[in-house]
Design a protein around this ligand. Structure first.
Ligand code: ATP
Length: 240
């Protein structure tokens, strides 16, 4: 089953197409690497999938339930967005709150059952259990990314959308984030979509890839196809 399917997904800003008739297929349980240059349209697709932005045209189907543009041309929020956790651009961390308080604020807004336990669990999932009482403003970039991930996980999502989760991280931080994402996918069974402008960051992480350029889907392919076609260059750049 596909947890995300888009058909002809289009977003125009002042008449210019940022996303252009894009068909995306994300299989349940996998890690989907969404690759494209800066400005290709990755963030805009993710925002539409989680309901933060409305499509100009096209359809989004989440978990098999359909939602699309209504008769007035206004897009409906895709059915199923409550099952989506997203880390997109600035993850909405309040610097003066502790990590735990940041999570509690989100958990309460979502109406999470047994919020304190869930927040402690989310901290442990991302390896921040020791710093829950520390204010977020003292966190390194890597810790902020982890807290952003915990915020995305607090509602126990079935689909996790991570927009450029390695941005700004050093090689060690990137490696830790890659391992964490794979572990979450394997232990929680959560389907993950990760966008990146660097293909090799997703090598040995993503099970399937979609390549986007100028708002269009160039190609969707399996990890094996990527390895066969550009494996050597990937291996050289990710030697660790
Ligand atoms: P990046 O990694 O740099 O964020 P991206 O692949 O995620 O790149 P988008 O952020 O989706 O790309 O942007 C795609 C195109 O849409 C760009 O040309 C961008 O300038 C434009 N765009 C995105 N958001 C808006 C907006 N709110 N208003 C106008 N144009 C926008």
């Amino acid at each position: 089953m596909n947890v995300v399917e888009t058909r002809g997904l289009t977003k125009s800003y002042r008449g210019k197409r940022a996303v252009d008739r894009l068909d995306l297929h994300v299989a349940q349980g996998g890690i989907y690497g969404f690759v494209g240059k800066n400005g290709a349209g990755k963030s805009t697709v993710m925002k539409m999938v989680c309901g933060l932005a409305a499509p100009t045209e096209g359809e989004i189907e989440l978990f098999g339930g359909r939602a699309g543009a209504d008769a007035r041309g206004e897009a409906a929020r895709p059915a199923g967005t409550s099952r989506v956790g997203a880390l997109i651009e600035a993850p909405g961390i309040v610097p003066n709150l502790t990590a735990y308080e940041n999570l509690m604020a989100k958990a309460l807004a979502l109406g999470v059952v047994d919020a304190p336990a869930r927040c402690r669990e989310a901290l442990a999932l991302v390896g921040l259990e020791g710093v829950g009482r520390k204010k977020a403003k003292g966190f390194s970039l890597g810790m902020k990314q982890r807290l952003g991930l915990a915020l995305a996980l607090v509602g126990s999502p079935d689909l996790l959308l991570l927009d450029e989760p390695f941005n700004g991280l050093d090689p060690e931080g990137t490696r830790a984030m890659r391992n964490l994402i794979v572990r979450l996918n394997q232990t929680l069974g959560v389907t993950v979509v990760i966008s990146s402008h660097v293909l090799d960051q997703l090598d040995r992480v993503a099970t399937r890839f979609g390549v986007i350029a100028e708002g269009r889907m160039v190609r969707e392919m399996t990890a094996e196809q990527v390895q066969a076609e550009c494996g050597d260059s990937l291996r050289v750049r990710t030697a660790d």
